[in-house]
Write a protein that binds this ligand. Structure first.
Ligand code: NI
Length: 406
């Protein structure tokens, strides 16, 4: 496989020395072929049928046969440990794609119009399969569940997996995301905030419509909405600790039908992001309170709906330490890099972490000399070397966690 070699040649010499012996016997080619096929045939959340088939096929080809369907369009593979019992460790890769038309120009670009692996989940799925293969040949102390999770992009898949009971008895869970802000061979595995909570809100302000020339006969929801948009920005600037990141964004406003009519209603939708449970509650409660107070001040009534989105990811110190040991074992001390600024994107891995102690990592996915390309853009792809790093690091995380809690 030329491209795999080309990609491998962009890795550092030490990293190659560390990783190459792990993926012998055709495993590297199997994983690269899997990744490219998934990339070629992306499927949207809850439609990952072909993806599931292809993943099951790849697992079987690598000798992993204890594989079950989970959460409609996901899979869970059990890789036996050296000793049975004593609970299990889980390693998760998400598998869904996005409704974006691909413009990468890759030889294995999407063949599905308007659908694309623009968030690197093709690589996450493949590195999870790679981790399963590595754990089959060099097992952890206890069994490891390798979870291939659907519907991450909707923030729904993790909850469905938990609901299925497939992770009952799991002691520790690990996951990771590709990130082109870092080079292949660099991994963020640290304690503290790593991804933000994502809550959506919908606000309907109801007043009373009238002729635009006679506002005294109306209770104008547009003026109330304008005041509210400005007031909401003070939640971050005046209520939240300035040392903590947070976002309140009003993304849509809809009201009115003509220039000389005051409408009955105004509707606003937006998103709240926070990096700690406390900040999430503060901003959500503040939004409710501010909306009711502004509505009251303008003689309007307000309906506020705040969706229960995904919580923030805050890596606990003891599990992050296991991940740190794993990263340095696989890549050496140079492999570990700090997160320069908190990522305000969301990740439904956080849903597992509400129930199961875990750690989420960022895995470098930019070729040496490559450029930073934002995820969820039509030009995004992860460098192939990231696939081997992710597989090796996740497998080692499972081994470290199994050893430490044995
Ligand atoms: Ni993603």
């Amino acid at each position: 496989s030329d491209r795999a070699q080309e990609d491998a040649s962009r890795m550092t010499a030490e990293m190659q020395a560390a990783l190459q012996p792990l993926f012998g016997g055709g495993v590297a080619d199997t994983l690269v072929a899997l990744r490219r096929e998934l990339h070629r045939q992306p499927e949207l959340s809850w439609h990952e049928e072909h993806t599931c088939e292809r993943l099951a096929h790849a697992l079987a080809a690598l000798g992993i046969t204890d594989v079950k369907r989970v959460a409609k369009t996901g899979l869970v593979a059990r890789v036996p440990g050296r000793t049975r019992g004593g609970g299990t460790i889980a390693v998760r890769g998400d598998i869904d794609a996005l409704p974006i038309a691909e413009a990468t120009g890759l030889p294995y670009a999407s063949t599905v119009p308007g659908v694309m692996h623009a968030c690197g989940h093709d690589v996450h799925a493949s590195w999870a399969v790679g981790a399963a293969s590595l754990l089959a040949s060099n097992p952890a102390e206890c069994d490891v569940l390798v979870l291939l999770q659907p519907a991450e992009e909707l923030g729904e898949g993790a909850a469905a997996v938990l609901e299925s009971g497939a992770l009952d008895g799991v002691r520790t869970i690990f996951g990771a995301h590709v990130d082109r802000r870092f080079e292949v061979g660099q991994v963020v595995a640290q304690a503290g905030p790593l991804a933000a909570s994502t809550d959506e809100f919908t606000i309907v302000l109801t007043g009373a419509g009238a002729h635009g020339a006679r506002p005294q006969e109306a209770r104008d929801p547009i003026v109330g909405a304008a005041a509210l948009v400005t007031a909401l920005q003070t939640l971050v600037s005046r209520r939240l600790d300035p040392a903590q990141p947070g976002v309140v964004t009003v993304g849509t406003i809809a009201a009115g039908t003509a220039s000389n009519i005051i409408p009955d209603h105004a509707k606003l939708t937006g998103t709240i992001r926070a990096t700690t449970p406390g900040a999430r509650t503060l901003l959500g409660d503040g939004l409710q309170r501010m909306t009711q107070a502004i509505a009251d001040a303008y003689g309007l009534t307000a309906q506020v709906r705040l969706s229960g989105g995904t919580p923030p990811i805050v890596n606990p110190a003891n599990i992050a330490e296991m991940a740190r040991i794993a990263v340095t074992t696989v890549l050496g001390a140079d492999g570990l890099v700090p997160l320069p600024t908190t990522n305000m994107g969301g990740e439904d891995f956080a849903v597992y972490m509400e129930r199961i102690p875990g750690c989420f990592m960022r895995v470098g996915a930019r070729e040496a000399g490559g450029r930073v390309i934002p995820a969820h853009s039509s030009a995004f792809y992860a460098a192939e070397g990231a696939l081997f790093v992710g597989a090796a690091v996740l497998a080692e995380c499972a081994r470290v966690a199994a050893r430490e809690s044995a």
